[in-house]
Design a protein around this ligand. Structure first.
Ligand SMILES: NC(=O)c1ccc[n+]([C@@H]2O[C@H](COP(=O)([O-])OP(=O)(O)OC[C@H]3O[C@@H](n4cnc5c(N)ncnc54)[C@H](OP(=O)(O)O)[C@@H]3O)[C@@H](O)[C@H]2O)c1
Length: 324
C-alpha cells in the first residue's frame, strides 16, 4: 500500500513515497481504509528530530496520529465494529498511509454529525481540550471561562464545551476571526491585534485556558484571570503570573482520560449540541501535498490542514458483505 514517510530527520522535503506492507488485522484489531488524516504540529516536531532523544524513530517512519476511514477487515474477536463502519482513530503513528490496523478499543464510530474532514481533524485537539477541561482545570457551575486563542483548534473546542455547559466565555484571537468566534458562541471577544485597552476585561474570568500557538498570549491570560482563579496552559511553557493567588496548571500529554473516552465525549457532543471544527486546507494524497502541509504548519499558517485520500471507487471489502 502507498504511504508517505521519511528515513532521515530534516526539512519537509525528506518525505518519500513508501510502499508499505500491511498484514491482516490481529484478532482484537480492525483494518481501516484511510479516507482523510489531520496534520498536527507534533508530526512536524517528529520529522525535525526534536523528539529523537525521548522518542527515537525506526526508519522508514510513517507519521500521523489522527484519521477517519472505513473498516475493511475485522479481527475474529472484534464484536463492536463491522465492515463498512466509518470510524475515527487516534494512534501513535501511521495515519499518512492508505490503510492501518487499529486495536478496536482505540477506535470510535464516526457520527453523521461530524463531517469526514472534521472527524479527521478531531483527535489531537479534541483529546487535549477534553483533558485540559476535565483533568487539569477545576471548573465550577457558573464560572466565567476565558480562552486565549479561542478560534484555534483547541480553543474553539474548549469554547464549545463551555457553552454547552452554560458558561459565559470571553475569548481572544485576531480581529479577522471575530465572526467565527461569535458563531461558536463566544460572548465577549478580545481582538488581540486591535484591542489596546484591556482594562474592561481585566480580572473577569474564573478559569482561563491559554490555547495560543506556543503560548504567546502577551500576558492576556494573566490580565483576564480573577485573583484566586486558575490558568490552564495547553502549550508546554513557563508562564509568569502577576495576579495574586492564581493556580497555574500545565496540560501534560498522556495524563488524564483515556483517548477513547475523550473521543466518545466529542462524538456525543456533536450529536447533542453540535461541534464545529474549522478546516482551512484540504490537500491531496501526493508527496507534493504532504510536503506542502508540513510547510504550511512550519509557516504558522492558521487553521487545520487535512489530507484527503480520494479513490475512484470505494473498496469492495474483499468479499465481505457491505454494511448497511
Ligand atoms: N499538549 C497537547 O496535548 C496539545 C495538543 C494540541 C495542541 N497543543 C498546543 O496548544 C496550542 C494551540 O494549538 P492549536 O492547534 O489550537 O493552535 P491554532 O489552531 O494555531 O490556534 C492558535 C490560536 O491562538 C490565537 N492567537 C495567536 N496569537 C495570539 C495572541 N497573541 N493572543 C491571543 N490569541 C492569539 C490564534 O488566533 P489568530 O489565528 O486569529 O491569530 C488562534 O485562535 C499549540 O501551542 C499546540 O502546540 C497541545
Amino acid at each position: 500500500m502507498k504511504a508517505f514517510g521519511f528515513s532521515e530527520y530534516g526539512a519537509p522535503t525528506v518525505f518519500q513515497e513508501i510502499d508499505k506492507e500491511i498484514k491482516d488485522p490481529k484478532p482484537d484489531q480492525v483494518q481501516i481504509e484511510v479516507m482523510a488524516f489531520g496534520i498536527n504540529p507534533y508530526d512536524i516536531l517528529l520529522r525535525q528530530g526534536q523528539f529523537k532523544e525521548i522518542r527515537p524513530l525506526k526508519f522508514p517512519f510513517v507519521p500521523g496520529t489522527d484519521l477517519v476511514g472505513q473498516v475493511v477487515k475485522v479481527g475474529d474477536e472484534v464484536t463492536n465494529f463491522k465492515v463498512g463502519d466509518y470510524v475515527i482513530n487516534y494512534r501513535p503513528s501511521g495515519a499518512y498511509g492508505e490503510r492501518v490496523n487499529a486495536t478496536a478499543d482505540k477506535v470510535v464510530k464516526r457520527p453523521r454529525t461530524l463531517s469526514f474532514l472534521d472527524a479527521a481533524s478531531l483527535p489531537t485537539p479534541g483529546i487535549a481540550a477534553y483533558n485540559a477541561w476535565h483533568h487539569f482545570a477545576d471548573v465550577k457551575d457558573g464560572d466565567v471561562i476565558g480562552i486565549a486563542g479561542v478560534t484555534g483548534l483547541v480553543g474553539s473546542l474548549l469554547a464549545q464545551m463551555a457553552k454547552s455547559q452554560g458558561h459565559e466565555v470571553i475569548g481572544s484571537a485576531s480581529a479577522a476571526n471575530v465572526e467565527y468566534a461569535k458563531w461558536i458562541g463566544v460572548d465577549r471577544f478580545i481582538a488581540y491585534d486591535e484591542e489596546q485597552d484591556r482594562s474592561k476585561f481585566e480580572s473577569s474570568a474564573d478559569v482561563v485556558f491559554d490555547a495560543t500557538l506556543g503560548g504567546h498570549d502577551d500576558g492576556l491570560s494573566d490580565s483576564l484571570v480573577k485573583p484566586g482563579g486558575q490558568i490552564v496552559l495547553i502549550p508546554n511553557l513557563k508562564y509568569d503570573v502577576k495576579t495574586p493567588d492564581v493556580k497555574v496548571t500545565h496540560l501534560i500529554p498522556g495524563q488524564g482520560a483515556s483517548n477513547k473516552e475523550a473521543l466518545e465525549y466529542w462524538v456525543e457532543l456533536s450529536k447533542t449540541w453540535g461541534v464545529s471544527i474549522r478546516v482551512q486546507n484540504i490537500l491531496k494524497f501526493t508527496r507534493e501535498d504532504v510536503v506542502k502541509a508540513h510547510e504550511l504548519i512550519e509557516a504558522h499558517h492558521s487553521g487545520k490542514t487535512v489530507i484527503q485520500i480520494e479513490r475512484a471507487h470505494r473498496t469492495s471489502f474483499e468479499g465481505q458483505k457491505h454494511a448497511d
